[in-house]
Design a binder for this molecule. Structure first.
Ligand code: MSP
Length: 579
């Protein structure tokens, strides 16, 4: 007993010192991943990569996974005539493949069908029950099978032509259902949840805090947390009552605990999550039910929810029936996975929906990655200007001359001087579009400097003043590329790694603190000195995407949809279960 208390205190100590636990939602396996799903994961991944870069002593942990129970999944498997377990395996591995291709650096991929999760759910249930938060009751109401939830009259729309009611929020039909359920005393947590929501920066962006507070301004009804096993049998049985299964949302939310080993107390070392990334459609579950469940179990709710909005495609909601669902694997064939990551983070803003359009993707990737970043690297590495393939050191006199007499040099210096601080501020709020804006502005300043300094008019090689000025120009340009490469690592890990490889920047010099080492801060520190570029790495970072003349844009955009997925043998097998 004493030992366990000491261990508990030790684990708390570890947590306070250095833990940063981040989660994505776990993804339903009723259909293949699309760019909306990838977006949740990319936000969480970029957030974690920034944390690791900025706070190297903190233990950052990212958990993702798949949500595999419930009627929806059962029905999807039946529709494809595949045993439900096999169906879950196939779609779950599609998620893993996409996340691996997109360099989502997760520490754990949890599946709700795993034994470790079932144990956690069972333990959590016992805890709620033993603390008096669960009771049995006859329950009747409008039930939405697709959304796995009961809805109140005010959440419904009646279609008089067919006498059917539909969920206002999701548009799915509902049916009248009467059954005996276990209920959770959500109503008792109204004030505590409201208090939790109102804490500074708990729910970001603030617009979503307001939505939650509006919901919380009405009395919260208790919520049903089980379903009759004969209706929903693909689920975790309620402990000690085989006639009932655990409500899929309670089951799913507990994944955040089971990933840490709950109920084994090692989970305390990383509990509570520092940040949970969710889409706006699952706000109520994470912003009301989840903190209430946790408080009821005597656990601390998450420190922060980062809520993001949704992607539409050419202005329309993505849906299978509209054949406009963008498959990330297909999209990456055209944009590259790094390009896709960049586009999602660069164009998406948390507070309002983003529009995925091929025209826009093409414009942004070509102008920012190919023309602004890639082209500058190629120019600085061109044999004509840089015959010895060096990342040279600046010559002090030329540096001060350039900074004094060339406005573009001064502007570049100023931009780079503020780069780390500005990007840090934007990363802290997950404002990736602003990080991209800041880095691209710095690269524009570097391109402009390069143009104005006219290095091609100076003779390369040797130690003449011209050659020294040329080396200084190349050095300043490479500093700009290096700093932007470091800053953009969380958004584009692979592309920036190729950039930093080409510049031959050692891995040990790619962290946030190395942003202070450049001509712009007049503090070269231990940063790169006069050294050779890496000849094995290419200076071509991002190839311009050329529009094929025979295909109009709209057709090309559509050719990325799942309906036109090219099929390898393995893919064919899986996609047969999915389309
Ligand atoms: N399984 C639940 C989550 C349980 S978490 C305990 C679920 N799964 S989901 O697959 O439907 O959605 C997973 C994530 O993808 C959510 O964050 C959701 O908002 C996000 N997206 C789904 N469609 C999206 C877009 N069109 N655009 C952006 N994100 C979208 O909900």
């Amino acid at each position: 007993m004493l030992f366990s208390k000491i261990r508990h205190i030790q684990l708390l100590g570890v947590r306070c010192r250095s833990s940063h636990y981040v989660t994505t939602p776990i993804f339903y396996v009723n259909a293949a991943p699309h760019i909306g799903h990838l977006y949740s994961a990319v936000i969480a991944d970029a957030h974690c990569r920034y944390q690791r870069l900025r706070y190297p002593d903190t233990e950052v942990r990212l958990c993702t996974g798949t949500d595999e129970h419930g009627t929806k999944i059962q029905q999807a498997a039946a529709a494809h005539k595949v045993p439900v377990g096999q169906y879950c395996d196939e779609i779950s591995s599609r998620y893993r493949e996409v996340f691996e291709a997109a360099r989502i650096e997760y520490d754990d991929f949890i599946r709700t069908t795993e034994q470790r999760h079932k144990l956690a759910v069972s333990h959590f249930w016992h805890r709620l029950q033993s603390r008096g938060h669960i009771y049995s009751a006859a329950y009747s109401g409008w039930y939405c099978v697709s959304d796995e939830t009961f809805l109140t009259d005010s959440q419904l729309r009646l279609d008089e032509t067919n006498e059917t009611r539909y969920s206002l929020e999701s548009g799915h039909p509902v049916e009248w259902t009467e059954e005996t359920n276990y209920m959770f005393r959500l109503s008792q947590f109204q004030d505590d949840v409201r208090h939790w929501v109102k804490q500074e920066a708990r729910i970001r962006p603030a617009k979503f805090e307001k939505i939650l507070l509006d919901t919380l301004s009405e009395p919260l009804p208790d919520v049903s947390v089980s379903r009759p096993a004969n209706r929903v049998h693909w689920a975790i049985p309620v402990p000690n009552d085989e006639t009932q299964t655990v409500y899929v949302w309670l089951d799913a939310l507990i994944n955040y605990l089971s990933s840490l080993g709950y109920p084994n107390e090692q989970y305390l070392a990383q509990w509570p999550p520092a940040q949970q990334v969710i889409g706006k459609d699952i706000l109520k579950f994470h912003g009301i039910y989840w903190p209430a469940f946790l408080m009821a179990a005597g656990l601390e709710p998450p420190r922060q929810l980062h809520v993001h909005s949704h992607w539409t495609v050419d202005g329309q909601k993505m849906s299978k029936s509209k054949h406009n669902v963008v498959d990330p694997v297909e999209a990456a064939k055209q944009y590259t996975m790094e390009g896709l990551r960049y586009f999602l983070l660069r164009e998406g803003v948390a507070h309002s929906d983003g529009n995925f359009s091929h025209v826009k993707a093409l414009r942004i990737l070509n102008s920012e990655l190919a023309d602004t970043l890639g082209n500058l690297l190629s120019r600085a590495c061109a044999k004509s200007l840089n015959p010895h393939q060096m990342y040279p050191e600046p010559h002090v006199e030329h540096l001060s001359q350039l900074l004094q007499h060339l406005d573009a040099a001064k502007r570049l210096q100023e931009t780079l001087f503020h780069l780390a601080g500005r990007c840090e501020q934007h990363y802290e709020g997950n404002h990736f579009h602003l990080v991209a804006d800041t880095a691209i502005a710095a690269l524009h300043a570097a391109n402009n400097f390069f143009e104005c300094a006219k290095p091609w008019e100076l003779k390369a090689g040797g130690s003449s003043p011209n050659a020294q000025r040329l080396q200084t120009i190349i050095s300043m340009t490479m500093d700009a590329l290096r700093l932007c490469g470091i800053v953009l690592q969380p958004m584009m890990p692979q592309l920036t790694s190729r950039l930093l490889d080409k510049l031959n920047v050692p891995i040990s010099q790619r962290s946030w603190r190395h942003l202070s080492e450049s001509f712009a801060t007049a503090s070269p520190g231990n940063g790169p000195k006069n050294h050779q570029l890496d000849e094995q790495s290419s200076a071509r970072l991002f190839q311009r995407i050329v529009e094929q003349p025979d295909k109009p844009t709209e057709q090309r955009a559509q050719s990325q949809t799942q309906s036109k997925r090219s099929k390898s043998k393995k893919e064919r097998k899986t996609s047969a279960t999915m389309s």
